[in-house]
Design a protein around this ligand. Sequence first.
Ligand code: BTN
Length: 245
Amino acid sequence: LGREIHYFGAIDSTQHKAHELAKGGAPHGTVIIADQQAGGKGRMGRPWHSPAGTGIWMSILLRPELPLYRCPQLTLLAAVAVVQAIRETTGVRAEIKWPNDILVEQKKLCGILTELNAETDQINYLIIGIGMNVNTEDFPSELRDIATSLRIQVGTPVKRIPLIQRILENLEKLYKLYIEYGFSPIKSLWEAHANTIGKRVVLRQLHGSLEGLAIGINEEGTLLVRKDNGEIEKVYSADIENASS
Ligand code: BTN
């Protein structure tokens, strides 16, 4: 990964640029990095605050020869690569909130947005967008209570380049493991870093909300939630919160 790296001082979104490059035939492992994004995108159509100089705003193009249903597994794999890189380079023990938010003390440090281009049931390409608050000292008021940065956690500025290198190395290593041995080693690593499993959660989905106990993820990378009537619900996509009771 990262044999082809495109760096931009300012861009609308590294995700858009990655799609453009992918459609133009860019190879597996192409990386797009920007210092600042004017139109950073988050999950569920939300904007992503991406000011200059303070974060890692990066998209990675993957071209796995895999069926579509394996896409969520690759999203979870990316979260493991990032959480390990944070721990290895700064010592900060971040946790993963399903599917792939990275939190410290319940505040968001990093978000991952996976976008897919598929033909019938095969993945054509996948773009993994990673947005990490690294040296942010102060967030806009609407984010202050819910976001954090590595600088806030560590107390001193954190170098971005070694962190980027480590994320890419980990992604490459885990991707090889995944291609060779399948999802099960990745699943164990994900579960070891997750803060969702074993907790009561509220899921907010397009058609309403649901409460239950998060009991694990299955072999496809889907979250399993046991509802109060005992039924197990498979959750493919949702926003989750810890339940208050
Ligand atoms: C989330 O909602 O948690 C996902 C946030 C993903 C943000 C990153 S920053 C790099 C890439 N480019 C974007 O426009 N979004 C992703």
